[in-house]
Design a protein around this ligand. Structure first.
Ligand code: AMP
Length: 281
């Protein structure tokens, strides 16, 4: 696998590959890779001639400075995992490479970024929008791969590509889970072994809520039961929302929507975890 730290070198590589008519798949990450990231890389490898992964902890999407500092960085381990997954190139830029000089241009997503994650992590999606737009311009891939684990992020990136006419196909892939159902996340390493086991309850509670909604229980009662279930294992819910899968608007009448997603954020101790589940699939 080839490693690049500068935009110029990466673009020379991409240009050369493109001249040979090769298609380019791209997987943006913040490193500390796990099987969820690897599933995106493997899908890209299977669908494209070359796959490029970026590993960059983007400071502008952290609303909590402590969270940014605590984010695990392990370049060597990431490189080994990407090499094993047959990734062709890895882009590892510094902050100076990604944010040279003054940044005055903003990406704003309107109301879609004001709910759920956006409501609790101020400025988060503006940071995601800017860094993803930059990475798209740098790499210029044919396709880019994202996890459904970050459901709201995936929706906003689809809007970014549509609204700004990026000639890129966005591919969303299913959440990879631990044996107990806990969605894989770089944050899971901050949990104790017991907390990690207990956090499997998030997935069970989502399944339980889905069943109850299918059995026509009211949204209010399902929300109350969901909180109650999580609290059994000291999981503190931050939000639990039923949203229209396209618009992200809150759902009040299930019958009026073609696709609905159940979205949750909760704390296990001081570790914030998110997950989601489609209601109809
Ligand atoms: P991150 O490094 O957390 O920014 O994530 C990079 C990409 O990996 C994003 O598109 C995430 O949605 C995706 N991802 C993270 N966790 C998972 C998972 N458990 N399953 C599938 N994709 C994931």
């Amino acid at each position: 696998m080839q490693l690049f730290n500068t935009i110029k070198e990466l673009q020379m590589y991409v240009r050369n590959e493109r001249k040979q008519g090769k298609s380019v798949g791209f997987v943006p990450t913040m490193g500390d890779l796990h099987a969820g990231h690897v599933s995106l890389v493997e899908q890209s490898v299977s669908q494209n001639d070359i796959t490029i992964c970026s590993v960059y902890v983007n400071p502008t999407q952290f609303n909590d400075a402590k969270d940014l500092v605590a984010y695990t960085r392990d370049e060597e381990r990431d490189i080994n995992l990407l090499t094993a997954a047959n990734c062709d190139a890895c882009f590892l830029p510094s902050d100076d490479v990604m944010y040279p000089g003054e940044s005055i241009v903003k990406v704003s997503f309107g109301n879609m970024a004001k709910v759920m994650e956006g409501a609790f992590r101020e400025g988060h999606f503006e940071g995601v929008g800017i860094v993803v737009a930059k990475l798209f311009n740098i790499v210029q891939p044919d396709s880019a791969y994202f996890g459904q684990k970050d459901f709201q992020q995936l929706s906003l990136i689809k809007m970014l590509v549509k609204n700004l006419a990026f000639p890129i196909t966005i591919i969303g892939l299913p959440t990879v889970r631990e044996k107990n159902g806990l969605a894989m996340s770089s944050r899971n390493n901050r949990l104790t072994a017991l907390q990690r086991e207990d956090a499997g309850l998030i997935y069970k509670a989502l399944n339980e809520a889905k069943e109850s909604l299918k059995n026509r229980c009211s949204i209010d009662s399902v929300k109350k039961q969901f909180s109650k279930t999580l609290k059994r294992k000291d999981l503190e819910p931050e939000y639990f929302e039923l949203v229209d899968s396209e618009s992200l608007n809150a759902v009040t009448d299930i019958g009026e929507h073609d696709a609905i997603t159940l979205c949750v954020a909760c704390f296990m101790g001081n570790v914030r975890l998110i997950d989601n589940m489609s209601l109809f699939s």
